[in-house]
Design a protein around this ligand. Structure first.
Ligand SMILES: [Zn+2]
Ligand SMILES: [Zn+2]
Ligand SMILES: [Zn+2]
Length: 304
């Protein structure tokens, strides 16, 4: 991105337009008037917008509105409407700020540890929903994961507000599973850009007593995904990323799992796995079926 030659200006220049109360008021007002997926009723007439924002000085109002047009707000025949970038900004703000007190400490939920069968607690910590086992070392030993961590899913505070913890466990892991599939399909769920995907295997894996000392996870291999456009990233268990396709989907169904959520995540994480460095693929050996499943670096599946 460059300011030269008619291209888009750099993000710093564009976002400096947001550093003003009147301009934020304009954006939030227009966002409040946007009607979901439809475009038809979104445009707010100039005078109506001015009075909703409460800036009586037309010169000043005009100036602030002009700072937002082209990037966050567009002029239409019927008035002004918020653009995609403006919606993204307001939505991120709504999901992070001004929400009910949302952090909470360890709370037991109706779920069993996929490593040892022990009790599972959920907590919200460092903008992540963490699940942890009280009885074993868990599946991850990363710099942000406490002892016993089974999953650590980034969620904005608004995403966990005002919720029953069992429902929260299910909802956040359903979202994770769907995102994981999108990531491994090579598409960024945030911006639609190309998701780069590397299969990171642990050739000397030992996940028998908790997270492997060599790779810090209980997984013999994972996909390290990062969007080439917006930088959205994630560490994805290959079985979850391919959970909508046979033979992975068939093996999950045999194990009694249908659909996305904690049961899918937990079942996939429980499958015994090994990494084959020569083929650069991970091989799963699910208990419920009499075949094994390979996932290679291009996310192609093989029934073995
Ligand atoms: Zn456990
Ligand atoms: Zn390892
Ligand atoms: Zn992206």
């Amino acid at each position: 991105m460059t300011d030269d030659g008619g291209g888009q200006p750099p993000p710093e220049t564009v976002f400096s337009a947001l550093g003003n109360e009147t301009r934020l008021e304009i954006l939030f007002t227009l966002h409040g008037r946007a009607s979901g997926w439809s475009r038809s009723d979104d445009a707010v007439p100039y005078s109506e917008l001015q009075s909703a924002v409460g800036e009586d000085d037309s010169g000043k109002f005009n100036y602030h509105l002009s700072r937002l047009t082209d990037h966050f707000v567009e002029k239409r025949p019927g008035g002004y409407a918020i653009q995609y970038a403006g919606k993204n900004f307001v939505r991120a703000a709504l999901a992070s700020y001004g929400v009910e007190e949302s952090s909470f400490g360890p709370t037991e939920v109706d779920a069993a540890c996929f490593r040892c069968g022990g009790d599972v607690v959920v907590e919200y910590n460092g903008e992540r929903l963490m699940t942890r086992c009280a009885d074993c070392p868990g599946a991850f030993d990363l710099d942000y994961t406490p002892d016993g961590t089974l999953s650590a899913v980034p969620v904005q505070p608004g995403g966990i507000a005002d919720t029953d913890q069992n429902r929260l466990l299910e909802r956040i892991h359903a979202r994770f599973c769907h995102r994981a599939r999108t990531y491994v399909d090579g598409a960024c769920p945030r911006c639609g850009g190309e998701m780069d995907r590397d299969l990171v295997g642990c050739a000397d894996h030992d996940g028998s007593d908790g997270p492997c000392p060599n790779c810090s996870t209980s997984m013999a291999a994972y996909f390290d995904c990062q969007c080439s456009v917006c930088g959205q990233s994630g560490l994805i268990p290959p079985v979850v990323g391919r959970s909508d396709r046979d033979p992975v989907a068939a093996a999950l169904r045999e194990a009694g799992v249908d659909g996305a959520g904690w049961p899918l995540f937990a079942e996939g994480m429980a499958w015994s796995d090994s990494y084959d460095p020569d083929a650069n693929r991970v091989v799963y050996d699910p208990d419920a079926v009499d075949y094994r499943i390979g996932v290679d670096a291009s996310a192609t599946l093989a029934k073995l």
